[in-house]
Design a protein around this ligand. Structure first.
Ligand code: HEC
Length: 110
């Protein structure tokens, strides 16, 4: 029984950092996304229709897009360059920041 408790406890503890890591840090992401604002807007609502809105998008959609741009799975002349400079932590933090925004509801409310 004690062995089972140890295994359960170890399993739970080993999952905690993974969950914390994948969640990203939105406050850090806000700072790190300054360079992205030129096209995607400070509130995730882009300045022109050719740039996708990122605000309120699912976090895992955003992070997958950025990993894909970075490793070449998804290719775009502009975004591949920006994603190339991002670490895994940058991607998770920035994705958390944009996912935490209201997105297009901000336009509707105005
Ligand atoms: C010079 C303009 C520009 C800047 C700056 C820029 N992007 Fe983009 N971004 C684009 C364009 C254009 C696309 C659409 C690419 C495509 O069609 O595949 C895009 C697409 C994306 C997507 C995919 C969205 C979707 O709906 O599929 C994400 C995520 C993204 N950008 C994140 C970022 C992040 C994070 C930064 C800052 C590190 C950034 N972008 C900086 C122009 C820009």
């Amino acid at each position: 029984m004690k062995r089972l408790q140890q295994v359960v406890c170890f399993t739970i503890l080993s999952l905690v950092p993974a969950i914390a890591l994948s969640a990203g840090n939105a406050a850090e992401g806000k700072k790190k996304s300054a360079v992205c604002h030129a096209c995607h807007g400070a509130n995730g609502v882009s300045i022109q229709p050719i740039y996708p809105n990122l605000g309120g998008q699912h976090q895992n959609y955003l992070s997958k897009s950025l990993y894909d741009f970075r490793d070449g799975t998804r290719s775009n002349a502009v975004m591949s360059g920006f994603a190339a400079n991002l670490s895994d932590a940058d991607i998770e933090d920035i994705s958390a920041w944009y996912a935490s925004q209201d997105g297009l509801t901000e336009i509707k409310d105005k």
